[in-house]
Design a protein around this ligand. Sequence first.
Ligand code: GDP
Length: 320
Amino acid sequence: MRFLFQDKRVTVTGGAGFLGRHLVRRLESCGAHVFVPRRRDYNLTALDACLKCMLEHPCEVMIHCAAYYGGIGINVAEPANLYYTNLVMGANLMEAARLTKVGKVVNIGTACSYPGYLEGELKEDDLWAGACHASVVNYGLTKKMLAVQAQAYNKQYGLDAIHLILTNLYGPGDSYNPDRSHVVAALVRKFVEAEIAGAPTVEVWGTGTPVREFIYVEDCADAIVLAAQTYEDVAMPLNIGTGFGTTIRELAEAVSVAAGYRGKILWNADKPDGAMKKVLDVTRMTNALDGWKPPTDLASGLARTIAWYRDNKSEADEKW
Ligand code: GDP
């Protein structure tokens, strides 16, 4: 049966972040009363703060969207921070949710949780079919543990939960800091700045051969709301993506053109490629969401993202 958000109290952790902001807007347009815990009020890595948050703001649904995350650079630089923050935050939030009898938990997971060395598109059934890619293992495993915890809590306490596995996001409000950013935001900033400066070359990391899948952030927020309304299988995660792969070389060329850049791309193969392919199989998603597909193709998403970045450059550049 379809769950309706009208007049429901929903807590969105990370609701002031990149994806979270879009998600909150979408939930409010469905009539939900959304609470967003802020770090200065609730340190969600501590159980007592998670409990305080749930007791002060009781909710029917908790969407756990908060994460300390980023691209391949931060995974190399801060593996311990990624590990500790995400693991402890997830564990404590779910414990607080069951102690305060939250009706449903929606966990936001990541494609980094998948085995990193499989061929072909990544299917939900294959989540445990191998080791995560070494470049993202810390982040990937912490999010995977959310799925484990949800199943354990469902068995022992009857907690209602679903686990959504998101592919790479991009769009307005992302992190454009080169030490943290994922590839789309990194390339948007590099090519826009090179176009403005008239720079003859732009350096792009790796060989250009890895394949990634990119979903526009607003489409992803829509998919999360739809999944929260319709998907109920605690034992089976649900992929959220486009199902469409793009090589980093194709992406770099597309961003370069969309930014109006006329110089040359230099490939720095000393930088890591990461997993060679990360593309989700979206068959289950399409069935679960009644045929829904992300409406924004990469070209229009990039055009919107670049326009936003140009209009908000100084603010975007300052954000971590
Ligand atoms: P991943 O999807 O977890 O591997 O994370 P990223 O989005 O950071 O990287 C995706 C791919 O883009 C990797 O093959 C990177 O080497 C490549 N890439 C190319 N240029 C850049 C860049 O400037 N920044 C980042 N983060 N990745 C880049």
